[in-house]
Design a protein around this ligand. Structure first.
Ligand code: FES
Length: 304
């Protein structure tokens, strides 16, 4: 016949392994409840700050309290209020009526005690996790906003159809002004934003360039000086190689092939300003840039 160990019971009648780890469960429950309540309160503060326009530093702190409160509460609950274990035991065979009654009494008492002390904490935990889940939906609201529509395609250019090319002193540029290999920074006459409108005029050849002859009369080609990587002014022209360099991070553009990027971090070519020569021999823009200038845009359309 198998020997069965008799569970050790303390003065409350609980087997020793069913005892919780703290001698003061009331205080443990209070601490855990406060941590859950703090988490809930931080969630509401977080939501309020978000609706007021947001503050990353405070929002970060509130998120720490939200997650920290729940985490601490759950950890403390497991450490202080769960039975210590180990949870493997042998039990005596309940052969006698007396033993069966004793077992039923102990089981019921333990169940009521544990469930009673945990019901409030469980509700608080669910409330904390529910509000936390609700607050995580807030970023979805941030995804909505005004459709930028065509604004992205209109940004940053004072160049219009027929704009005359002028120097920074306002002098119109004539088609005889540059020798092959020469460069000049030009602007539209009425530029309101010279930093964005600055354009590099290059006499790359004596005849229109094969990649776009209708936009490069007399071998003149004009590109935006605003680098597509980080916006530095591109201006170092190596005439013998037909390459244009950005001084900031070394991006290199192929002048004779639509300013294609041949080296460096620039993600796309420089924007091309299509040129024409008017009846008096002065250089003008056929039209404005067909695309936004500088970095931060993800597609290139228009004339090449
Ligand atoms: S800004 Fe031109 S390469 Fe970086």
């Amino acid at each position: 016949m198998t020997e069965h160990a008799t569970p050790v019971a303390d003065t409350d009648g609980f087997p020793e392994h069913m005892e919780i780890a703290t001698a003061n469960p009331g205080r443990a429950i209070t601490v855990i409840a406060v941590s859950f309540l703090l988490s809930i309160a931080a969630t509401f503060v977080l939501g309020w700050i978000y609706t007021q326009g947001g503050n990353p530093a405070i929002e970060g702190m509130m998120l720490a309290v939200v997650f920290g409160g729940i985490g601490f509460g759950m950890a403390a609950w497991g450490k202080w209020l769960m039975p210590k274990g180990p949870f493997v035991e042998e039990r005596e065979v309940l052969t006698t009526e007396e033993n069966q009654e004793k077992f039923a009494k102990t089981f019921t008492r333990g169940q009521v005690a544990i469930e009673g002390r945990r019901s409030v904490l469980l509700k608080l935990l669910l409330a904390a996790m529910g509000t936390m889940t609700a607050i995580l939906l807030f970023p979805i609201r941030s995804l909505t906003g005004k459709n930028p529509d065509k604004v992205l395609y209109q940004y940053g250019s004072g160049w219009k159809a027929g704009s005359q090319l002028v120097t920074d002193e306002g002098k119109p540029v004539h088609s005889d002004d540059l020798e092959v290999g020469g460069v000049l920074t030009v602007f539209p006459p009425d530029s309101g934003d010279m930093a964005m409108d600055q354009t590099l005029l290059i006499r790359a050849a004596a005849a229109p360039l094969p990649f776009n002859p209708s936009a490069t009369p007399g071998g003149y080609v004009a590109y935006s000086k605003v680098c597509t990587h980080a916006g530095c002014p591109v201006g170092q022209y190596q005439a013998q190689f037909g390459k244009l360099l950005c001084p900031c991070h070394g991006s290199t553009f192929d002048v004779l092939h639509g300013a294609d990027v041949v080296f460096g971090p620039a993600p796309r070519p420089l924007a091309l300003l299509p040129l024409m020569v008017d009846d008096n021999g002065y250089l003008r823009a056929q039209r404005g840039y067909d695309e936004p200038l500088g970095p931060g845009f993800w597609s290139r359309g228009g004339v090449r």
